[in-house]
Design a protein around this ligand. Structure first.
Ligand code: GLN
Length: 453
């Protein structure tokens, strides 16, 4: 079949099911079909690559020229980016078709997609449940087959946790592997874009298109991109797996624990050696993150001032009134909370006590991983301490919500790659297995994931 037929099938499914899921903020059906016809011409002309004509969706944090990029916020509800993010551009160059832009927590701040200005997203496995966040729209769209694959971003777990809660595969690459140019910044030292798809194989294909040096992002690493497809079939004999003791303790849902332990048993059958390791500073990850991330967010989000782009209040009295009311009206409560915390942590007299201290703890967290990777090749554990919770269940309790990222955040603080793969179910809700690798070891993570699938 042609890309046009395939794209039409996805467009039809979106029209039929997304009224219930709310996984898309913007659907670009006409443009998608036009791109699909162009892809069909390329295929007919023998110029096709593996992604030519494949319909995917982009998290609405990636700037797309001529198409609204809202970042899940009222602040950017009217923002049409004048340029494409590097990731978007690379998918275009690969011939992929863009179906639309997916729903997300406002400015990627959240773990349930409930902070979106465009309303919550439902988990396709149970419409009462959240899909996770912040890339909840991408995860739900892929799980419900409303896109063949999607992009996400992960600052503290936002690719891996929604992948886990929706029963799909999501990879957060090493910091610097994928360009952040045109990806609206939340916390610049933690943010990283990555693929979300049904399988590790699909993620390998998507990552091949996304990864690589970009001179427009000074933190992007100039390092060769390996062939992520080539090693998927390697056997796992002798693979050294570490189970961090701290990832199986108090707070972990026993049903989730059982599914993860069964997955580890399967890896033993595949020839891996399993041993316990320790990441002793794990308990510092969430508090460290909730200083670093808000601090960086308060700085990044200062650009939304009602002057240059985004929401502007009606009839401002003067410049200060313009700033105050534009920001007051444009940002939702979670974003305001983060800006307040971050501004406080960075203020004169508090910097040393909070931000500097958090940077020191970040180093300790990273050293834990460095030591662990002297003994093992990958780390395994749960992606999230529980399965998808119900919409509204944790919405009034930020602390409980923050704790749902307890196993994912440390990899961001250390800059390490991590993947979440579907490992089974607790009741009717999916459970994710997280595999964390050493720097730039994405090919191994994909291989380890693929062998299980
Ligand atoms: N849930 C975390 C937060 O709210 C992580 C979000 C993310 O990775 N973008 O900050």
């Amino acid at each position: 079949f042609s890309s046009e037929e395939l794209t039409q099938a996805f467009v039809d499914r979106i029209a039929r099911f997304d009224g219930k899921l709310n996984s898309y903020i913007t659907v670009t059906a006409e443009a998608a079909l036009e791109q699909a016809r162009e892809a069909d011409r390329r295929i007919a002309g023998g110029e096709a690559g593996p992604l030519t004509g494949i319909p995917i969706a982009h998290k609405d944090i990636f700037c797309t020229r001529g198409v609204r990029t809202s970042c899940g916020s009222k602040m950017l509800d009217n923002f049409v980016a004048p340029y494409d993010a590097t990731v978007v551009q690379r998918f275009k160059a690969a011939g992929a078709v863009m179906l639309g832009k997916t729903n997300m927590d406002e400015f990627a701040m959240g773990s349930s997609n409930e902070t979106s200005f465009y309303g919550p997203v439902s988990n396709p496995w149970d419409l009462k449940a959240v899909p996770g966040g912040s890339s909840g729209g991408s995860a739900a769209a892929v799980a419900a087959r409303l896109a063949a694959g999607a992009t996400g971003t992960d600052t503290g777990g936002s690719i891996r946790q929604p992948a886990a809660l929706c029963g799909i595969t999501g990879l957060k690459p090493t910091y610097g592997r994928v360009s952040r140019y045109g990806m609206i910044a939340f916390a610049s030292s933690l943010d990283q874009g990555g693929p979300m798809a049904r399988t590790a194989e699909d993620c390998a294909l998507l990552l091949s298109a996304m990864a690589g040096f970009d001179e427009r992002d000074s933190t992007c690493v100039d390092r060769e991109v390996p062939d992520y497809m080539a090693g998927l079939g390697n056997d796992l004999k002798g693979l050294r797996i570490g189970l961090p003791r701290e990832y199986f303790g108090e707070g972990l849902d026993p049903e989730v624990s059982k599914v993860v332990e069964a997955a580890v048993e399967e890896y033993k059958r595949l020839g891996a050696e399993v041993k316990e390791v320790s990441l002793p500073n794990t308990n510092l990850a969430v508090p460290t993150y909730y200083v670093v991330a808000p601090a960086e967010c308060s700085s990044n989000l200062s650009r939304f001032d009602g002057v240059r782009f985004g929401h502007r209040c009606e009839e401002p009295k003067d410049l200060e009134d313009l700033y105050k009311r534009s920001r007051g009206e444009g940002f939702g409560p979670e974003v305001k909370r983060r800006i307040m915390v971050g501004t406080y942590a960075l203020s004169a007299g508090y910097y040393d006590a909070y931000y500097l201290k958090a940077q020191q703890l970040r180093r300790l967290i990273r050293d834990d991983f460095t030591r662990a990777f002297e003994e093992v090749d990958v780390l395994m554990g749960p992606t999230s301490p529980g399965v998808a919770f119900n919409i509204g269940e944790k919405a009034d309790d930020p602390i409980t919500m923050y704790l749902s990222d307890i196993y994912t955040i440390a990899a961001n603080l250390a800059g390490l790659p991590g993947i979440s793969i579907p490992a089974g179910f607790s009741g009717e809700r999916p459970v994710g297995l997280q595999i964390i690798g050493n720097y730039f070891d994405e090919a191994r993570l994909l291989n380890v994931a693929h062998q299980y699938q």
